[in-house]
Ligand binder design. Structure first.
Ligand SMILES: [Zn+2]
Length: 392
């Protein structure tokens, strides 16, 4: 199957037309199953004969299965169809800053098993070798047909070529990560920025109906956003859309790992909060102890954590003002701070954007936090191989 064109070329070959129609059927089943063949014909605008033929091929390929019988409207009750969750397995990886984690995922986005390996300061080639160890561990003893490997990594990444243009922590520059792994494993590989992947996970697996526009802000050791516009991932002219952890904020002056001073990340990231809190109370050394101190109402810690919410809220207000998005989701370990923290984010977002726009915007925590990048990388792979029309 070809990569996901959402518009059929004017002079399409028979093969292109067929692949395109197959994607229409799969996408309808992915988004709205269970559906009968008649439902599919109505939704896709294809003839019943074409639908029957395409469904036959998809069932033969193991991608679609019968899931039951629908209501009869007089005659025989129609057979209902859905995407076969185990028709393919996918490997989704999250190349985080302290560890590389990965999961085997089915076509419904359910995690079947996961593995994590500590990074322990590896970078460059040693970090690439760790990626391979992770893939090997995930594939071991699984005879299922694999659709491929989806990777979410920090940094600026050209998803169309699988090249990591720049990832400061891993010391990767113009690394051909995608092609390298494709050669090694003989299966398709897609690579995306981790925050872009998080946005795709929410869009693909957790939002029904799919919002047209969505911003997913990921706050972990860094801060980044994935932006969905008109139903598709917006990557920007240089693949760096959503890198808003590195915009300067008023009053911040601490040096940032990007080489500049006073970035949003130096106030709002978990790393910055843990560092600042550790200076106040030496027992705070990691994200867990920070969250615990906040929830226990430790005064000096509360101020640091709520200041971070303020910084994030103001920045989200700018996004609302720029894009007029109505759905903003916050994902990552900050979700541990709970509703009070989110309320602070909402309050400052509301006061830094035009009231009319802010009023209509919902800011919530996202659905998943730990596995969101691995899931999103899987979603991107599904998109490229099965054509769900999410990325252009
Ligand atoms: Zn920076």
């Amino acid at each position: 199957m070809s990569a996901g064109a959402t518009v059929l070329p004017e002079k399409a070959t028979h093969q292109q037309t067929r692949a395109f129609n197959q994607q229409l059927v799969l996408r309808a089943l992915h988004d709205r199953s269970p559906l009968s063949r008649a439902d599919l014909a109505r939704i896709t605008g294809l003839t019943r004969t074409s639908v029957g033929d395409l469904v036959g091929t998809l069932m033969h390929d193991g991608l679609v299965e019968e899931v039951g019988r629908g209501q009869s409207s007089g005659g025989k009750s129609p057979i209902l169809l859905g995407v076969a969750p185990h028709g393919r397995h996918l490997i989704g990886l999250d190349l985080g800053e302290s560890r590389f984690s990965g999961a085997v995922v089915n076509l419904r986005g359910e995690i079947l098993r996961s593995v994590a390996l500590p990074l322990e300061g590896r970078n460059g080639d040693a970090a690439v070798e760790l990626v391979c160890q992770l893939v090997d561990a995930l594939r071991a003893d699984d005879p299922s047909p694999f659709l491929g490997i989806g990777i979410g990594a920090p940094g600026v990444i050209d998803t169309s070529t699988g090249i990591v243009r720049w990832s400061v922590n891993l010391d990767w520059a113009d690394l051909r990560l995608g092609p390298l792994l494709e050669e090694r494993y003989g299966m398709p590989v897609v690579v995306a920025n981790d925050s872009h992947a998080a946005a795709l996970a929410e869009l693909t697996f957790f939002r029904r109906p799919r919002p047209n526009n969505l911003v997913v802000v990921r706050v972990g050791r860094g801060v980044g956003a994935g932006i969905i516009l008109n139903g598709q991932l917006f990557q920007g002219d240089g693949h760096g859309a959503g890198e808003f952890g590195h915009i300067s904020v008023a009053g911040a002056a601490a040096p940032c790992r990007c080489g500049r001073d006073g970035c949003l990340e130096t106030v709002t990231s978990m790393r910055a909060m843990v560092d600042a809190a550790g200076a106040v109370q030496s027992s705070i050394t990691d994200e867990e102890s920070l969250v615990a101190a906040f929830l226990a109402n430790v005064a000096g810690i509360r101020r640091i954590v709520l200041d971070a919410a303020r910084g994030l809220g103001i920045a989200i207000g700018w996004l609302i003002g720029l894009l007029n998005v109505r759905h903003v989701l916050v994902v990552g370990p900050v979700a541990g701070f709970g509703e009070e923290w989110l309320a602070e984010v909402r309050r400052h977002a509301g006061s830094s954007a035009l009231a009319l726009l802010a009023r209509d915007t919902q800011i919530d925590y996202g659905h998943v936090h730990d596995d969101v990048v691995a899931l999103g990388a899987s979603a991107l792979l599904m998109e490229q191989q099965l054509g769900l029309g999410l990325v252009r």
